[in-house]
Write a protein that binds this ligand. Sequence first.
Ligand code: UGA
Length: 447
Amino acid sequence: MKVCVVGTGYVGLVSGVCLAAKGHEVVCVDSNSEIVEKLNAGIPTIYEKNLSELLKEVISLGKFHVTQDLNEALKDVSLVIVAVGTPSEDGVIDLSYIEHAIKEIGEYISKIERFIAVVIKSTVIPGTTDKFIRDVLEKYSGKKVGAFGLGMNPEFLREGEAIFDFMNPDRIVMGYETSTTLDLLEELYRPWDVDKVRVNTRTAELIKYTNNFLLATQISAINEIANFSATLGGIDIMDVVNGVYLDKRWNPKVNNLRVDPEILKYLIPGCGFGGSCFPKDVQALRSQGESLGLPMKMMNAVLDVNEAQPHQVTKILEAEILDFSKKSILILGLSFKPDTDDVRESPALKITKDLIKKNANLFAHDPVAINNFKMSVGLEASKIKFVDDWRGFINQVDIVVLITPWIEYKELFNLTLNNQIIFDARRFLPYDKVAYGYYRSIGLGRR
Ligand code: UGA
């Protein structure tokens, strides 16, 4: 099947390359000539595990190419997937990139006789596809839905694991407004033998938001209990969670063995969630609910806890550091999570800001995210010294704050340390090897 994907960001590029790897003929569209040139030369424009190899493979098979010209890309295509960004503007999603894309698609539809289905993959609030997108497409095509197709097919890709997640989805949600669109989506996803959810487009949109909201809720809930444990004292949150995790509803046994489901990975106490999805999606749904006159109390609470959580790091350190200006601190990890160079909404942004305010002598390391971090903090970056060799540098500082659980930081406890304070903001370091004398963390109530 020939498919057009508009947008080559994390979602568009991964979707395009994976659909091509499953045998479809994919043309991606991007307005940036530099991106188009690089991708056609097999050079990924984002950092994503296994993307480089797969991109080269689909190009060499003649299954994938990128163009700036939407009209050329839509030639002979019966399904176009829109996967452009929906950035957040004061907690509300900005639809201008989508609007631009669908206007052009609408104009194209006005000129053709054949049927084409427009499927939205970008994350949009419930009702967007069957109202805003429908209206724009109908206006610019001069036709009604039915003469063209309309669908919504949300993604559930984790950054860093996006290729794996696309190739091995838990389910595929196919939102549709016309049965012909559903038929095309069935054909597109035929190579995937997984559960398929067939619903209207606003249900598809809400499935995506609910999924992220529930995961974010778990994280804020456990962080609140972690802060409670630390304040009450005499409790380590890890003893609490390890006791709770044994409940069969979190971790059932099959053949007498624990399943250890993935959901437990979203119950780890820490310095809060970040990234381009959880914060933005919960804010967007809250804002939509409020505009409908609903109080959205849960979403407010989840966001409030998360907003405050990175500040716990400095707050806990303050209990024993009187003058931060006399201390040198090494930050380990700047990206919002490991295996990505993305720093959007990373707790590291807030934690470094707090420490800069306190005049700490700040050093930082990240395996891949230093450049993005510098761009994100702007002038403040000059107040941080970035180091390449964190292992070699570690004994030159008084405090180490581990923010992003990159696997290489597990080595911390194999190094000979100078009794500096190690602040593990992710409960990441091997629990049984922790020497309490210099280990500090979230949710660790002093005994
Ligand atoms: C998330 C979802 O997991 C994907 O299913 C979804 O498709 C994607 O958003 C999206 O909406 O596009 P992602 O943002 O890439 O994916 O990252 P996650 O691995 O889910 O982590 C999100 C944040 O939660 C990270 O900052 C992570 O450090 C944090 N987290 C995770 C915690 O603070 N505590 C935990 O226990 C688990």
